[in-house]
Write a protein that binds this ligand. Structure first.
Ligand SMILES: NC(=O)c1ccc[n+]([C@@H]2O[C@H](COP(=O)([O-])OP(=O)(O)OC[C@H]3O[C@@H](n4cnc5c(N)ncnc54)[C@H](OP(=O)(O)O)[C@@H]3O)[C@@H](O)[C@H]2O)c1
Length: 339
């Protein structure tokens, strides 16, 4: 892991008082978005190398909504009511030791280990040290909270799995969503020829993000206008219009299909292998080192995060409803407290 150098002077900041209870969005059992309600719950206790973060903003992801509805990670939740929310941006209020790389007072962003610990839809969250990075200085907490899951997923897909490089042709389905808008930017940054699918309102924006070609999926079947791509990053799967199966028609022999939505197309391995196409699924890795690198790209202006909507903690049902409609541009974020 690549930490920035520790700052001993910051290690001696007095730790602020932390209350025993906090406001959190709780879920008593799987249900509709309306099942999310604000209540008082115990502030979680960090153990070992975990950090306690005062949450300023929490990102909202499709996996949160799937878990709330009884799919996603729901079966792994051991204690109810549950607190959801993987994406966090906030300030360290308890560090595991004085000379820790993120001492008390450090502005950080990262991924909470939901459902092993309560999530970020709350005033405080415990986060593993290795899942954190310093918040990019050019971003507000609301902007930073939109980054971790989406950007780490895009990084894992584009950089670590597709090995994006100059001359490579990469087709990205849903290039305008949370993961997609980072995937388009990372692939273009590393020199790939990016083709992205989206609806009319997003086509110009996808070009601005770095897509060399865009396909309006509402009017055009992508396989009619795209061929011989090296990699398909499929953020849709077969839940919509057989997007996964049709992707096999545009991949060159030996190309790579990456199926991202878990369970969206159970037979993809066999279907790809029958055509001589490589394939894999994917799971986000909460890598604080990669998040630190992504933060440098954000601070340099080479990459940006787009936040479409910001909701209050008491508006979690509306935030989930927005995500479930499936047409968010960039990210949806809950503002939990003042900066
Ligand atoms: N396996 C993992 O570890 C992992 C990690 C992160 C995400 N995921 C999954 O990956 C998927 C994408 O996540 P996300 O956060 O990027 O979702 P998101 O932000 O909700 O994606 C919304 C975007 O999808 C686009 N879209 C909808 N239908 C489309 C279609 N038929 N063709 C092309 N674009 C379409 C919309 O664009 P328009 O408005 O233009 O339609 C919108 O911009 C989700 O299923 C999520 O659960 C998996």
């Amino acid at each position: 892991m690549r930490f920035r150098s520790t700052r001993p002077e910051a290690a001696f900041q007095p730790a602020p008082a932390v209350p025993e209870t906090m406001d959190a969005v709780v879920l008593d059992e799987p249900g509709s978005a309306q099942a999310l309600r604000v209540d008082r719950v115990a502030v979680p206790t960090p153990v070992l190398s975990e950090v306690l973060v005062r949450v300023v903003a929490a990102g909202v992801n499709p996996i949160d909504a799937k878990t709330r509805a009884g799919r996603g990670m729901s079966s792994a939740i051991e204690a109810w009511p549950a607190v959801l929310g993987l994406d966090v941006s906030g300030v360290v209020v308890r560090a595991p030791f004085d000379a820790h790389p993120f001492p008390v007072g450090t502005e950080v962003y990262g991924m909470v280990a939901v459902p092993r610990t309560p999530g970020a839809y709350a005033e405080y969250a415990v986060v593993p040290t290795l899942s954190l990075a310093r918040k990019p200085v050019s971003l507000s907490h609301v902007e930073a909270a939109g980054v971790p899951v989406a950007a780490l997923t895009a990084w894992g897909l584009v950089v670590e799995t597709a090995l994006a490089h100059q001359g490579q042709r990469i087709l990205i389905h849903a290039g305008s969503g949370g993961v997609g808008h980072f995937a388009v930017q990372f692939a273009a940054y590393f020199g790939a020829h990016v083709i992205a699918t989206g609806s009319p309102r997003n086509l110009d924006w996808l070009r601005e993000l770095g897509a060399a070609e865009v396909v309006d999926y509402t009017t055009t079947r992508f396989e009619d206008v795209v061929d011989t791509v090296d990699v398909v990053i499929d953020l849709i799967g077969n839940v919509s219009d057989d997007t996964g199966t049709r992707s096999l028609d545009v991949l060159r022999p030996g190309g790579l299909l990456i199926e991202v939505p878990t369970g969206a197309w159970p037979g993809f391995r066999e279907a790809a292998a029958a055509r001589g196409i490589r394939s894999t699924d994917y799971k986000t890795i909460p890598d604080g080192g990669a998040l630190s690198t992504i933060g440098r790209l954000l601070d340099s202006g080479a990459v940006r995060v787009y936040i479409e909507r910001v909701f209050g903690l008491d508006e979690a049902p509306e935030a989930h409803a927005a995500i479930e409609r499936g047409h968010t541009r960039g990210k949806v974020v809950l503002r939990v407290s003042d900066d």
